[in-house]
Design a protein around this ligand. Structure first.
Ligand code: BGP
Length: 460
């Protein structure tokens, strides 16, 4: 079967400012939580490698724009660093403006559409010291930052998004120890989620006020949730997990309100957040023009068995437990499940339940540890496993489009190997390899493959 793609399709790659820019304190940038955390506890990071240099995009963006166009990419999603643009939250950093303007223009000059996100887990340290997303102050600060970014770059950027995977900074920072401030409280996590939804909506309001010629969206990790069985208990576990993990951001983002199910669930467990007057009206104004969808692996759940009911209500483990699907296909080089059908199920959910809103796949990719072992004698990484991974996911993207889904692009995580939160450089993802010593880029076999796929607009 031949799989073709629409004539106008964003073929791209994604990254974020904190994982790719480097230039840690160059040009007036201040610290984010990641910079500070690494200074405080370097041993918490893989191989003690921190976010100082990452992919050195700060110095190499022109070269990168050219390398993107060499493999026919026509779009690139990254983010702006809040603490670079407004180092103290108020004062515009002219050096940052010059850097970003030249960076975005360089992409445009190479025929690459920059798709710009505002927040990718990188809370400025000065704001974290005031309570981060737990503090209502953060909503106004974010709205000001968003407005500043729209004003400074609105002529160069057509597609904006507010957040990347907002549920992740909520769960990893407030229900685990993967993001700062690494506390564990569902009550606090839910308050943070509510403030994040408000901050998103406040940014959308700023965007609409400016009347710019573009669109605004939100990037959500819409992992489909599959139950172990069709039993009542497993289905309830699925529904709860879906509402808490997926729909707590999807419903406000697309429909402008929280679902009744979520509100009832939170009320039942005395977990409702503090909602002030005007909050729900603001959320109503946060409806987006499009979605970015990140997909890596599904969530598989089962009910909590009677003998396991040791988790307090104040934990997501109270509602459902992860279930290990015996038939799963694994990424044996990293350890995540590979389930390409999931991307189709998400597309159909958006089509059937969310008014067929336009969306693009803003992240999908395969992390591989110790990728050097796949280097051939010419020094090229032969990543056939990644080609197969992308191929299989694109096949389901194509099927969804053929059945009417409004998908306008696919972005691989990532263009060139980049730094990852606590894993540093352990897992590689790029179309291009980065030499950690020199920072030099070299194409992988997947980079050559995607170039041909894009040229022919069909899967090979
Ligand atoms: C997504 C994040 C990215 C990126 C990716 C890969 O959830 O949006 O920032 O990190 O996951 O995950 P990891 O870096 O843990 O391998």
């Amino acid at each position: 079967m031949t799989h073709t793609f629409p004539e106008h399709f964003f073929w791209g790659a994604a990254t974020s400012a904190p994982q790719s820019e480097g230039g840690q304190y160059a040009g007036g940038r201040s610290a984010s939580t990641w910079d500070k955390w690494f200074e405080l506890e370097p041993e918490r990071f893989n191989a003690n490698i921190g976010p100082e240099v990452t992919s050195d995009v700060y110095n190499r963006y022109r070269e990168d724009a050219k390398l993107m166009s060499d493999i026919n990419l026509n779009s690139y999603r990254t983010s702006i660093s809040w603490n670079r643009l407004l180092p103290d939250g108020k004062t515009l950093n002219e050096e940052a403006v010059a850097f970003y303007r030249d960076y975005f223009q360089s992409l445009r000059d190479e025929g690459v559409e920059p798709i710009m996100n505002l927040f990718h887990f990188d809370m400025p340290w000065w704001l974290m010291e005031k309570g981060g997303w737990e503090s209502r102050e953060s909503i106004d600060h974010f709205a000001f930052y968003a407005k500043t970014a729209f004003e400074q770059f609105g002529d160069l950027i057509t597609y904006w998004t507010t957040f990347n995977e907002p549920i992740v900074h909520v769960t990893c920072g407030y229900l685990g120890e993967y993001h700062w401030p690494k506390v564990n409280s569902l009550k606090r996590a839910i308050q943070v989620a509510h403030h994040t939804n408000l901050a998103h909506a406040a940014a959308v309001v700023e965007y609409r006020k400016l009347g710019l010629d573009g669109q605004i969206g939100n990037i959500l990790n819409l992992s489909p949730v599959y139950p172990r069985s069709q039993s009542e208990g497993d289905l309830k576990a699925k529904k709860d997990a879906e509402e808490l993990h997926v729909k707590s951001f999807l419903e406000p983002t697309v429909k402008g309100k929280y679902s009744d199910y979520l509100i009832d669930l939170l009320r039942e467990h005395d977990l409702l957040p503090v909602v002030e007057e005007g909050d729900l009206e603001l959320i109503e104004k946060g409806k987006v023009d499009f979605l970015g969808v990140n997909y890596y692996q599904p969530i598989r759940v089962r009910e909590v068995e009677e003998h396991e009911k040791t988790y307090p209500v104040n934990s997501l483990g109270h509602f459902s437990r992860h279930y290990d699907w015996p038939e799963k296909r694994m990424n044996k080089y990293r350890g995540w499940e590979i389930y390409p059908e999931g991307i189709y199920d998400i597309a159909m959910m958006i089509k059937d339940e969310y008014g067929n809103l336009p969306f693009y796949i803003s992240e999908n990719g395969m992390g591989v540890a110790e990728e050097e072992r796949f280097m051939n004698e010419d020094g090229m990484i032969e990543d056939d496993y990644r080609i197969e991974f992308i191929h299989d996911h694109l096949e389901f993207v194509q099927k969804a489009i053929a059945e009417g889904a409004n998908c306008f692009g696919y972005h691989l995580w990532t263009f060139v190997d980049c730094w990852s939160w606590l894993n540093s450089y352990k897992n590689r993802y790029g179309f291009y390899r980065m030499d950690l010593e020199t920072g030099d880029r070299s194409i992988k076999k997947s980079g050559k493959w995607i170039k041909k796929v894009i040229e022919e607009k069909k899967l090979l």
